[in-house]
Design a protein around this ligand. Sequence first.
Ligand SMILES: Nc1ncnc2c1ncn2[C@@H]1O[C@H](COP(=O)(O)OP(=O)(O)OP(=O)(O)O)[C@@H](O)[C@H]1O
Ligand SMILES: [Mg+2]
Length: 219
Amino acid sequence: MIKIEKLKKYFQVGSEKIEIFTNLSLEIKTWDFIAIIGPSGSWKSTFLNLLSWIDRDFDGKLEIDNQDISDLKDDEITKFRGKNISYIFQNFKLVENLTVWENVDLIVELNNLERNFSTDEILKIVGLSSKKDVYAFHLSWGESQRVAIARAFVWKTKILLADEPTGALDSKNKKIIMDLILELHKKIKNTIITITHDDEVAKLAQEIYKVWDGDIIKI
Ligand SMILES: Nc1ncnc2c1ncn2[C@@H]1O[C@H](COP(=O)(O)OP(=O)(O)OP(=O)(O)O)[C@@H](O)[C@H]1O
Ligand SMILES: [Mg+2]
């Protein structure tokens, strides 16, 4: 369960204070699958960064499974995040000078995390077996996105955050990824929060939200 209470967030741009979330309260249950939609620049990625505690510069309360972020030290937050949250970043955040296989395998092996798949298995599912020894900087945009997806799914986490996970994919690969997301949701009963501009992806979700007037509301 993710619980957000009266979250406030603003950016300081020069002398101007831009208020983004003024009164954000939201509960997301353990087996929920929600989609967040909205135009470009409407603070969607900002919201995921708050949820994952990458951005900790906010007021209010954020709890994940009754754990309040403000009670944790920096290294504990990193550990907690690694164990509980996987994140498909909008800009993928691959390690450019590592291979496809190494990018997918690195975090799970370093932290000895519980797996959903072996690295070879997940690379086969996303259609990248033949590219496993290729360095990330040689990949196309769509291939990079599939590596980011493989990395997020290879280990078992309670929460999946996905920032436009199919934005760079053709329809065949999009279908493979949508099926994979649904299969894992059914099997490991994770919480899924995905940002999407794609109606087909949004329709997979149980509920659709949008950022509105300092809050996130169901539509
Ligand atoms: N640290 C910051 N300081 C000031 N403004 C910021 C900062 N980080 C992001 N922004 C601005 O916040 C706005 C919202 O950004 P965000 O990435 O959350 O939008 P988004 O809804 O994910 O958009 P898109 O659909 O294009 O991905 C943007 O205009 C961005 O420039
Ligand atoms: Mg974004």
